[in-house]
Design a protein around this ligand. Structure first.
Ligand SMILES: O=C(O)CCC(=O)C(=O)O
Ligand SMILES: [Fe+2]
Length: 220
């Protein structure tokens, strides 16, 4: 969109402990993340559409680092893909997570304390979505750091009580950071819609939306 007509977006606390920071990643950082995700997607433990217990497949494609997530647990190997050990979470990505927490909460000490051990990388094509859910397979309540690259989406953020209302609808655009921890750590959230063709030039995954969530499993 023409820069002139872009509505300025400001950081916003959506709920206690849930903070949206627009345009947090530079274009260069986004490009580098997309390139890294491309490599991880190829495998070992490659990107796949996770099979759910009912037999259906998620529309989102996911690849994991550190620990492998499949419904509803974390394992060291890609038990539902190729059985390969999951690649480690690189130190630079954990560092990025620490900077994200420090910035979102304006709290350098909270950033230093943050030790994510896992990344789930989700790829959404134009038809993909993610239903309302809680991230609750982790054993500890450290914040979730979420980075968005490529096409914008509608991110729905509710409460810890139910997957229904009340919820806030937030548009996440390329480069945005969303952190949820503290009282919002176990809030229901989901992605009802991706907006095709909204990625800014030069940083997207060439159509679609990439989302990286950093987590602390509390497992060893
Ligand atoms: O794509 C997103 O923004 C959210 C992803 C998510 O909720 C998850 O991976 O658990
Ligand atoms: Fe989630």
């Amino acid at each position: 969109m023409d820069e002139l007509f872009r509505v300025p977006r400001h950081r916003r606390t959506i709920a206690p402990g849930a903070v949206h920071v627009p345009d947090w990643l530079t274009t260069d950082e986004q490009r580098r993340l997309v390139e890294a995700c491309r490599q991880w997607a190829r495998g070992p433990a490659p990107m796949r559409r996770t099979v759910l217990p009912g037999g259906g497949r998620m529309s989102v494609r996911t690849v994991c680092l550190g620990w492998h997530w499949s419904p509803y647990r974390y394992t060291r190997t890609a038990v539902d893909v190729d059985g390969a050990p999951v690649p480690p979470l690189p130190g630079w990505l954990a560092d990025l997570g620490r900077r994200a927490v420090a910035d979102a909460y304006d709290d350098p000490a909270a950033g230093e304390r943050y030790e994510p051990d896992t990344a789930l990388i989700n790829f959404y094509d134009r038809d993909a979505r993610m239903g309302m859910h809680q991230d609750k397979d982790e054993q500890v309540d450290a914040p979730i750091v979420s980075l968005s690259i490529g096409d914008a989406c509608l991110f729905r953020f509710g409460t810890g009580e139910s997957r229904g209302r009340p919820y806030a609808d937030v548009r996440l655009e390329s480069g945005d950071l969303f952190v949820f921890g503290g009282p919002s750590r176990f809030a229901f959230h989901g992605v009802p819609t991706v907006f095709p063709g909204t990625a800014p030039a030069g940083c997207g995954p060439n159509g679609g939306r990439l989302n990286i969530t950093l987590r602390t499993t509390g497992l060893s």
